[in-house]
Structures are given as C-alpha cells and as structure tokens.
Design a binder for this molecule. Structure first.
Ligand code: ASP
Length: 423
C-alpha cells in the first residue's frame, strides 16, 4: 500500500492536476491513498481573507472573489460546463459565504481553521473529480472524520488512538475499491469542528495515514528533485542527497528545512516506513529516500536558512540574575502564546531567544513580558543553521555581516545575522 502527498505547487493549475493524474495512472495496480494540499498559494490567500474578515477590513470581498476566480478558472480548463463538480465546488464556497455574512464572534485561531481549511476541501474535490473523469477510479474522503485532534486551533494535536481506530476501520475496504483522495493539513475535533495541523502540515497527514495503515512507503511529490543540501533559490552549486537517515531528516526539519514538515518523520521512523521525496516534473528520477541508514558522511554541509526571525532579549526589571523561576515564568508565556523557540542563549542577566516573527503571536507575548521584564528585540533577521559545518564555510557566510548570536556544537553551527542575502 502506498501513500502519495501532492503539495500546493503540484496542483497549482490545470496542467499540474493533469500531471498528477498521469503520475497516479502509472500506479493503478497499487492500493494508493493520495493526500493533497490546497492549490498553489491558496492557503496564503485564505490567511489574508481570514485576517481581513477578522479585522473587518474593506477588502474581504475582493480577496474572496479572487480565491473563487482562481478555482473556477482551473475548473473551466479541466471540465465541461454542467459537470457535477461545479455544484460541488459552489456548495463548498457556500460554507464561506455563510461565515462571512456574520460578524466575527470566535477566536482568531478558530476562525482561521474554519476558513483556511476550504483550500484543501476544494483541491481534493477537484482532483478526485478529475481522476474519475480520466478513468481512474477514485473516492473522496473527508479527512476530518479520520484525523482526530484536540481543539488547539491552528496546531491541532492528533489523538493517535482514535485516529488509528478510524483509519484502520474504514480505509482498507475503500482502498480495495480504488484510489482514495483526501485532504492534507486538516483534522476534526470531537465536536466536529475543523482544525489545522500547522502550516505545511500535509506531509504530516501523509505520515499519519501511512503509519496507521502500515504503508510500504510514502512519496512526497515536490517541485525539487529531492532533498538538497541548501535552498537552490539562495545558494549555487547545491547537491541532492540520494538517501538520508531518519535522524538527519529530523534534525534538518527541526532546524527549519522547509522541504518536509517537522512532525512527518517520527511516525514513519517508528513504523520503519521509507519516505521518498521526488520531483513531480521528473517522476522517473530517483529523488531522495529517507530511511534507516547509517550514512554519516556528507559531501557538503547542509545549510538551512530561516528568514523573518526575531531575536528577543529578556532581563529582570531589578537587574537580578536570570534564574530558574524567571526561566519557567518566561517559558510559560512562550507556551501560552504558541512561540516555538529556535535558538536560546542565557547570560547572567538576560535570556535571548530567536523565533519566527508573526505579529499575531509576537505582540501579545511582548505585552505580557513587559509587565515583569525589560525587553529588547531586533526583527527581520535570518537564522542560519549549518549541519556538518566547516569553518571556511561558516566564515564565508558571516563575513561582513552583523552577527547577533552564534552557537557551535560538534555537528551544528547556528548564527543569527542581519541582512542575509546571497547575490
Ligand atoms: N496548504 C497548507 C499550507 O500551505 C498545508 C500544506 O500545503 O502542507 O501550509
């Protein structure tokens, strides 16, 4: 049994969906479950819509109309007028119409999940209809009845026991009837509300299904040839790894390599299921296989760049030492505001932490911290992590740059710098 994951870039237009169908048609003899993300950059557009609606901005209708137009353009390219999928898509949009008609009442995170999830519901309906149109027997599955989460909106925590039970109960029978197409990134609460699993969470969905169904492998179809040692948009002369160990992949995602969602690897490692990362533009090519391997030597250092970072330094108002009580109080506020710390450094009088900047998380955190602490911060920074680094590379990256924080361990170097560019 195989699990495929198709990300937004692979289904960004009609051509992409036709290409997906072509790839899938080569695996028709297999039991296959396909996890699909929202099309192209639709999740970003839905995030914009959520913000506008929540803040009662005037451009709500404009953003919403452009999201509708994007989907209808693709539909017109793929299907004849009068095809049932037009009604199905229209009905899905009605759910948004209803929400937008009312004033926002609920928390931002709750509204976000109810609105943003529409991207995956639409993409999977369209993909499923197109597969059937091209003669590939396919069934649409509403993932919200199978990936059960708590009600931590925007970061749903999976209830593995319930999830495994639901998946194992229904999916094997469905797989023997044909391909199953379902949404990545979404979950459902016990009160039947929609949750999301965190941005780029569709990889994680694929891994959840694979581990519950003991799949033979998961393939993530991407717009890159596999896992590279660095982002080719930022660095020249990148190399592709043919294979990587689960542990190295976990480390890479932990430090922010965006090619795979951080929660993806662990369930696969536990179940011994390999993860292949392949290009949807070159489906025959080998890609990268993540599996149990003792590969330890690396021809080139792995470079992971996280942009839009903030470095926040916190000190006690009375200039006393930062002690365990301060630390536990400060970390409580991080947890409360859903801040995930990327690097931390302590000195006698202050704690410095680097994390991803988003105003909706950062501003409330800062307000709360300021009640008891002095704070200082720099934003618009980059965090560069080098795995298996060598000093010449490290110094070439920092040369002439303002380095605000540096941490070196045996295998990993991390630097926080201003103005990282690679022209
Ligand atoms: N559509 C979601 C996102 O863009 C989930 C995913 O693509 O993995 O974050």
């Amino acid at each position: 049994m195989l699990v495929f994951k198709f990300g937004g870039a692979s289904v960004k237009d009609a051509e992409g969906i036709a290409n997906l169908a072509k790839i899938v048609s080569n695996y028709q003899g297999n039991k296959l479950l396909i996890v699909v993300s929202a099309m192209g950059k639709i999740t970003n557009a839905l995030e914009k819509l959520t913000k506008a609606y929540y803040n009662r901005d005037s451009d709500v209708d404009k953003i919403y109309e452009s999201i509708k137009a994007y989907h209808y353009n693709i539909l017109h390219e793929l299907f004849n007028d009068g095809s049932a999928i037009f009604d199905d898509v229209a009905n899905t949009f009605v759910e948004i119409d209803w929400m937008l008609e009312d004033e926002p009442q609920d928390s931002y995170d709750f509204i976000y999940d109810q609105l943003v999830s529409i991207g995956e519901l639409l993409s999977t309906k369209i993909v499923n209809a197109y597969l059937n149109k091209t003669g590939i027997k396919s069934q649409w599955l509403d993932v919200r009845g199978y990936v059960h989460t708590d009600n931590t909106y925007r970061e749903g925590i999976v209830d593995w026991v319930k999830t495994k039970q639901s998946i194992q109960q229904d999916i094997p029978a469905m797989l023997s009837k044909g391909i199953v197409v379902t949404q990545g990134f979404l979950g459902g609460t016990s009160e039947n509300f929609t949750t999301t699993l965190g941005r780029e969470g569709s990889d994680y969905t694929a891994s959840i299904f694979a581990s519950c169904l003991q799949a033979d492998s998961v393939t993530a179809w991407k717009d890159v040839p596999g896992i590279l040692n660095a982002d080719p948009k930022l660095f020249q002369d990148t190399i592709k790894f043919d294979e990587l160990s689960y542990t190295e992949a976990i480390e890479m995602t932990y430090y922010g390599a965006s090619v795979i969602h951080p929660k993806t690897i662990k369930p696969l490692q536990n179940a011994g299921i390999p993860l292949c990362v392949k290009s949807f533009n070159a489906p025959e090519a080998v890609g990268t296989i993540i599996k149990d391997t003792d590969k330890r030597s690396f021809e080139k250092a792995i470079i992971i760049v996280k942009q839009n970072q903030v470095l926040l330094s916190i000190s006690a108002k009375d200039y006393s030492f930062i002690n365990e009580n301060h630390l536990s109080d400060i970390y409580r506020l991080f947890a409360k505001n859903h801040i995930k710390v990327n690097v931390v450094q302590t000195s006698a009088l202050s704690l410095s932490v680097c994390f991803d900047y988003t105003d909706d998380r950062f501003n409330p955190l800062l307000q709360e911290l300021k009640q008891s602490y002095n704070t200082k911060y720099n934003s618009n920074l980059s965090l560069i992590t080098l795995r298996h680094y060598e000093y010449p590379l490290l110094s070439s990256l920092t040369q002439g740059k303002n380095v605000l924080l540096e941490q070196l361990s045996r295998n990993t170097a991390q630097i926080v710098i201003e103005d990282f560019r690679t022209e």
